[in-house]
Each structure stands twice: as structure tokens, then as C-alpha cells.
Design a protein around this ligand. Structure first.
Ligand code: WQD
Length: 337
């Protein structure tokens, strides 16, 4: 039996394909390469198998997905393919709603039509917005503060309603802030579009193309005034997906899990940790808050520990060391300006 992985050439998707292969699963990748590089496929094949099937296409293209279903015996779908930049989603919300919503709707329809057993969905802590308590548990009422976060919540609802009325079992994984790269150094974060996430910007400041990191706000009510996030190693996330595929959901038709470490790090703490790992100075400039940002977010991961048997294993130093190894060895891996 085989898993269809949409967005499997992208950042979290490619690491998950490697983890699925290691766990003995057959995988077919579907990716439109809108935010993944084609050379990642060669590296992924070196890490997994030269026979890894990678199809270029849109997850919302039902004809193409049905054809793939005719050719392979899928028992599961992992859906990563999505636009994922919060600032971009404010600038062009309709593109985000169209892409993220339609791909999920199409894959859910085909999953039911083809009797696929399990659907694992790549969601985000962005669905929570400003949490009413910390750490953020899955019971926190979602209140997204960006079009991106809203698209993820809409997709979660499509899938939960689908699971309630069919044999499909759905696992929704809400990632906190993914960082790091595969320990081999072969795959990592190689965005085509400028996503404006913190760690790629910090790495560009350490490497040189960015003269200084803009820190968006130092007037939050936090220990050093900068925002707090829960950074989690991308390999830990990948292992979380393998656990989600195999988990016994008991009586639940769909289940939401946070994937984070449970520890919060401020923006300035992350900068200092990156300076220590890279041995490079990272000049910073404090600027105003970024629209849509929240002050603090870190995960309550007890549900994933209890029900998936999953806990993040890698610490901040390892995330940054692995991320740095990847970007510093590949000039072409540095994110675009
Ligand atoms: C973190 C903090 C910024 C850039 C989003 C999604 C989440 C996940 C990751 C999944 C904020 C500050 C950033 C910079 C800065 N996406 N910052 N200078 O917004 O927490 O989460 O991306 O695929 O689901 O919601 O992540 O990395 O953009 O920002 O000061 O140049 O770093 O203001 O406080 P965010 P981020």
C-alpha cells in the first residue's frame, strides 16, 4: 500500500517522504513546484530510492489525481501542498483561499470516492490566533488572525466533516514553527517565494546577503520584549506524520494534534542561539510589529505524546546547526530577497 504525498517536494513534505521511506512505506509525490525546487527531487531520490515516483501537478486537479489513483493503490493521503506565508496571505488573500481550499476539497472528495482509509493534513498553529492560555492545547478555540490561518481552519473543517460522514479517518497536525534540515544535509528549506519566516531571515543575515535582521517589535509583554515561538525540528515533524499515519484513533473519526516542543524561545534568544551555532554576528534592527503577529505561542504537546507516542527529540541547537549546515553548504539554498 502506498501513500500519496501532495507537496512532497517542499520543506516539511520532503522530510516526511524521507521518514515514510525509512518506515518502509511506498510513496508517490505530487507537487506543482510553485515553492519547491526541482533539484530537491534528485536529493530526495538519493535519500530514499531512485524509483521514487514524483509527478508534477496541482493537488486541486481532480483529473490528474484520479489518474494517479488508477495507477497506484493508495491507502492514505498526506496533504502538504499549500501556500504558507502569513504576510503574503494578507497581500493576496484570494490566491490563498483558492489554492488552499480547493486542493483540500478535491483531495477529500477523491479520498472518499476511492475508499482511502486515512488522510493526514498539514495544519498550523496559525489557526489559534492569540491563545487564551499558554501552553496552547488543542482545546483552545481557534481564532485565526490571518487569511493563511483561516484557510487552514477551513480545510480542517472540510476534513472533519468528511470524516464524520464517511469511512475516512483524518489526522490534523498543527505545526508550530518548523526549523532545521535533514541530518544528511541533502534536503532542507529551499523556498522559491520569499516567505518572510524568521529562521530563513536569520540565516541570510548570518550568511551575508541580508545586512541586518529586522526584528518586528520589542514592545511585547515577554521576557525581552520580542515575540515568543515554539521552534520544532523538521525531522521531528516528519516523524510525527509517520506516527499519525499509524496511530490507532480509537473511536475518533478525526483528531487534531499539536506538533511542537512545548518550549518557547524569543526572537532575540533565537538570534543569540544562531550566533553561537554559526560563530557569525547577526546585526539586528528593531522595527515596528508585523501585522497579524501574536505575542506568544508555544504548544501543549501532551495529546501527541499520549495518543501518537510522539515527542520532539531535537533541541534548538540541533535545529539551528542542521539548518545552518544546509544553507551554508548551498549558495542556491538561501531564500530569495
Ligand atoms: C516568528 C516571529 C515575527 C521574520 C508562521 C505560520 C506558522 C508556520 C511558520 C507553517 C514573529 C518575527 C520574523 C523577520 C522577525 N508556518 N520575525 N523578523 O508568523 O510565528 O508562523 O510561519 O508552515 O504556521 O503562522 O513565523 O517565522 O514568520 O515569525 O522579527 O524577519 O519572528 O514577527 O514574531 P510565525 P515567522
Amino acid at each position: 500500500m502506498t501513500t500519496l504525498v501532495s507537496g512532497g517536494a517542499g520543506y516539511v513534505g520532503s522530510h516526511t517522504v524521507a521518514a515514510l521511506h525509512e518506515a518502509g512505506r511506498d510513496v508517490v509525490v505530487l507537487d506543482d513546484f510553485s515553492n519547491a525546487r526541482r533539484d530537491a527531487v534528485g536529493e530526495l531520490r538519493r535519500l530514499t530510492t531512485p524509483d521514487l515516483v514524483v509527478i508534477e501537478g496541482d493537488a486541486a486537479d481532480r483529473t490528474a489525481v484520479r489518474q494517479l489513483c488508477d495507477e497506484h493503490d493508495f491507502d492514505s493521503i498526506m496533504h502538504f501542498a499549500a501556500h504558507k506565508s502569513v504576510p503574503e496571505s494578507f497581500a493576496d488573500p484570494l490566491r490563498y483561499y483558492r489554492n488552499n481550499f480547493l486542493s483540500t476539497l478535491s483531495l477529500a472528495e477523491i479520498a472518499v470516492e476511492r475508499g482511502i482509509d486515512r488522510f493526514v493534513f498539514s495544519s498550523s498553529a496559525a489557526v489559534y490566533g492569540t491563545p487564551d492560555q499558554l501552553p496552547v492545547s488543542e482545546e483552545t478555540p481557534p481564532a485565526p488572525q490571518s487569511p493563511y490561518g483561516t484557510t487552514k481552519l477551513m480545510c480542517e473543517r472540510i476534513l472533519a466533516d468528511t470524516a464524520a460522514s464517511s469511512d475516512l479517518r483524518v489526522v490534523i497536525l498543527r505545526y508550530f514553527n518548523p526549523v532545521g534540515a535533514h541530518p544528511s544535509g541533502r534536503i532542507g528549506e529551499q523556498p522559491i517565494t520569499a516567505g518572510q519566516n524568521l529562521v530563513p531571515a536569520v540565516m541570510r543575515a548570518a550568511l551575508g546577503p541580508l545586512s541586518r535582521l529586522q526584528v518586528f517589535g520589542n514592545d511585547y509583554d515577554t521576557r525581552d520584549g520580542t515575540a515568543v515561538r515554539d521552534f520544532v525540528h523538521v525531522t521531528d515533524l516528519a516523524e510525527g506524520h509517520v506516527a499519525a499515519l499509524q496511530a490507532d484513533l480509537g473511536t475518533h473519526r478525526s483528531r487534531v494534534f499539536n506538533l511542537g516542543t512545548g518550549a518557547g524561545t524569543t526572537v532575540l534568544e533565537l538570534v543569540a542561539a544562531t550566533e553561537a551555532v554559526t560563530g557569525r554576528p547577526i546585526p539586528c534592527e528593531i522595527v515596528g510589529r508585523r501585522p497579524g503577529d501574536i505575542a506568544e505561542s508555544w504548544a501543549d504537546c501532551r495529546r501527541a505524546a499520549d495518543e501518537l507516542g510522539w515527542c520532539a527529540q531535537r533541541d534548538l541547537r540541533q535545529m539551528l546547526a542542521d539548518h545552518w549546515r544546509f544553507v551554508s553548504c548551498r549558495a542556491d539554498a538561501s531564500p530569495p530577497s
